[in-house]
Design a protein around this ligand. Structure first.
Ligand code: GCW
Length: 659
């Protein structure tokens, strides 16, 4: 069935089928990783060519040859590969060369991708980021925080005995896009995940993923020494606490020899942390780093905010972390969300990316669409990730320090990118077919943060559906516009955090009754009879000053700035003249209106794709687009009606009154 289970690894016959290799030759003793590469090539090439491809010892037919370098080629690093067309024994061959087995596996997937997308040229490719990780917000009870694709894939109840074959398919899919690590459990962690029974379960997953180059990591609950160890404190400077973590790390490594390390959410949204004992983030992170030693890393999240810092939540992470730059142990990475608030449909890049040159910073993107319509609204996030990665932070006052370059960490031994997974037990893994593209794009951009979202969407569309340009061209155009459309009908002109509270689905700009001001949408839009927007300049919260002066320039002046960020930084009167010459009120209404119309128009684009798509996926996508069009109108109507109750102004000519 075309239920999407095969993701982008469908391997249907291609036009070049008759030219494809007939055999696979792996030189040297096969390791589990090389066996996985051979199996994938056999499966892939058999499907793509329509004939059975064999595994051979020597080249006696057109072949793919896997060769591990006898002497390392520095240009390929630990995980890179080279693909070369050539001849051997009078036969045409494609040689995949690497320094390591995992390089060969990545090369095999790259070669299959080339065949699927019609690329044939010789290539050399090396990942630019060392840790390319999924973060699962999966709970031990099988639920997934902010998960919209069914239950957790990890069947904790039946592990470690039952090894679901799906774990292997998960590893294949991730290896195919270069992901090399996975944090199994939610950052809102339960201490139980560090107990022996759960470590045995995690060890089975680690064994399954290992041949695919994927290491297992765990989210660690900071107070685990109290909950599991019976200690009175989790103070990171207490010797008994330090000894407990060291013993715990040793226990983990006895079961999972290549355990990747810990991810920690501390002193954020009620989670325990070192500040509970008057200690700093580095006290906590460095203690865990010491426990792991050089065996693993600590990824310490910078997503912190408190009710007490009431003037602007935007500023808290910077104020808490910037003064501690250079104080973290060498195996600690600080993991920073792409923006300073929370995965909104559009956010300016997080000011910390320009502010901590002495610390390796990971960027954390959300693949699951908590604030972009869950799994039913189509929003291609590759375009979003690219926008963040290309933004210039002017780190050290220098031009050219894009977020991508900061994350690549040229001055650091470590570098990393994390994506909050959108994967669950749904047959199509991600809740809807187009959400697979966000998983795909995350992996490809983690491999190369300078990559092009459009090229990645093109690859994905060709592999997942068909290389037919009559399909690929309009669908890629639709994908590239889709995130902007969502921003238009949810949070236009730099508005943010207007979603209904708790679940974050649907509009709630009127909500102002929650216990904490910074949870209420009204705190973010500040609309009244005079105007709208969050003043983050000197006359307001001054969050803008957390950016390098050169980066500030892009947003300081409402007259010259990109208006898609306008109300993020400025509070303006309803009469303020936007670039179009229209008053702000009219511009806001027209953007909402445009978003709803563009969402509706996606249905027509998709309807024309019917000849190129199987009926099952065509219908599934058509029905989610219907939901999206209806809900875009809901957003438009509710938002216009609410803001009109503030502005008291008439709708611009030609705009329909909210239903
Ligand atoms: O986006 C918010 C979510 C929480 C999440 C938190 C975080 C895991 O609403 O569900 O908790 O961020 O990133 O820690």
């Amino acid at each position: 069935a075309e239920d999407g289970y095969d993701l982008w690894l469908r391997y249907k016959p291609v036009a070049s089928a008759h030219t494809l290799p007939r055999a696979i030759v792996a030189q040297g003793t096969p390791s589990p990783t090389v066996s996985a590469a051979v199996a994938e090539l056999q499966r892939g090439l058999s499907g793509l060519s329509g004939h059975t491809v064999s595994v051979a010892r020597n080249v006696s037919a057109p072949s793919v040859v896997l060769t591990r370098n006898a002497t390392p080629d520095a240009a390929l690093g630990r995980e890179g590969y080279a693909i070369r067309n050539g001849r051997q024994n009078g036969q045409p061959i494609v040689r995949i060369r690497a320094n390591s087995d995992i390089g060969l596996l990545y090369g095999a997937f790259a070669y299959l991708r080339h065949v699927q997308t019609g690329a044939t040229a010789d290539t050399t490719d090396v990942p630019k980021v060392k840790l390319r990780l999924l973060n699962h917000w999966d709970n031990l009870d099988g639920t997934v925080e902010r998960g919209y694709a069914g239950a957790s894939l990890w069947d904790w109840w039946r592990l470690p005995d039952l090894k679901d074959p799906r774990y292997t398919d998960y590893a294949r899919a991730n290896a195919s896009i270069g992901i090399n690590g996975t944090v199994l459990n939610n950052v809102n962690a339960k201490a139980a995940s560090l107990t022996a029974p759960y470590l045995d379960k995690a060890a089975v997953l680690a064994d399954t993923f290992r041949p695919y180059g994927i290491r297992v990591y765990l989210s660690a609950r900071f107070s685990a020494p109290i909950e599991l160890g019976g200690l009175k404190t989790a103070d990171p400077l207490d010797p008994a606490v330090r000894a407990w973590w060291k013993a715990k790390a040793d226990e983990i490594y006895a079961k999972i020899p290549d355990f990747g390390g810990f991810l920690v959410k501390a002193n954020s949204e009620g989670q325990p942390g070192p500040q509970d004992y008057g200690r700093t983030h580095e006290d906590g992170a460095n203690m865990l780093a010491e426990a792991l030693g050089d065996r693993g890393v600590v990824m310490w999240r910078a997503f912190v905010y408190k009710a007490e810092v009431a003037d602007d939540r935007h500023k808290q992470a910077y104020s808490e972390f910037k003064p501690h730059d250079g104080k973290f142990a060498p195996t600690v990475l600080v993991q920073v969300k792409n923006g300073a608030i929370d995965f909104q449909p559009r956010e300016p890049f997080h000011p910390l990316f320009g502010a901590m040159p002495k610390t390796p910073l990971m960027v954390e993107f959300q693949i699951t669409k908590e604030y972009l319509g869950f799994a039913t609204h189509l929003a291609y996030l590759g375009q979003y990730y690219e926008e963040t990665l290309r933004a210039d932070t002017f780190q050290n006052g220098q031009k050219g320090w894009s977020v991508a370059r900061v994350v690549e960490g040229e001055h650091h031994a470590l570098s990393g990118m994390a994506g909050v997974a959108n994967i669950g037990t749904d047959r199509n893994w991600s809740g809807s077919h187009f959400d697979q593209a966000n998983w795909y794009a995350f992996g490809r951009l983690a491999w190369n943060p300078q990559g092009s979202a459009r090229d990645i969407a093109t690859e994905w569309a060709k592999m997942t559906f068909t290389p037919d340009p009559r399909f690929v061209t309009p669908v890629v155009a639709l994908m590239m516009r889709s995130r902007e459309t969502v921003a238009d009908y949810m949070t236009p002109l730099g508005l943010h955090h207007l979603m209904d509270t708790g679940h974050h689905y649907g509009p709630g700009p009127w909500v102002d009754n929650l216990g904490r001001p910074d949870w209420n949408p009204v705190y973010y839009h500040k609309a009244d009879a005079n105007g709208i927007g969050f003043d983050r300049t000197k006359t307001g919260s001054d969050a803008l000053s957390q950016y390098d002066p050169q980066a500030q320039k892009a947003w300081a002046d409402p007259k010259t700035m990109d208006e898609r960020y306008l109300l993020w930084f400025h509070h303006l009167s309803w009469d303020y003249r936007t670039r179009s010459g229209r008053p702000l009120w009219d511009e806001l209404v027209l953007t909402y209106d445009k978003g709803a119309k563009d969402a509706a128009a996606m249905q027509q684009t998709w309807a024309a794709m019917k000849p190129y798509v199987d009926a099952e996926r065509f219908e599934a996508i058509a029905s989610t687009l219907r939901i999206q069009a209806r809900e875009a109108k809901w957003w438009r109507d509710a938002s216009i009606a609410y803001f009109q109750s503030k502005s008291g102004r008439p709708l611009p000519a030609g705009v329909a009154a909210p239903a």
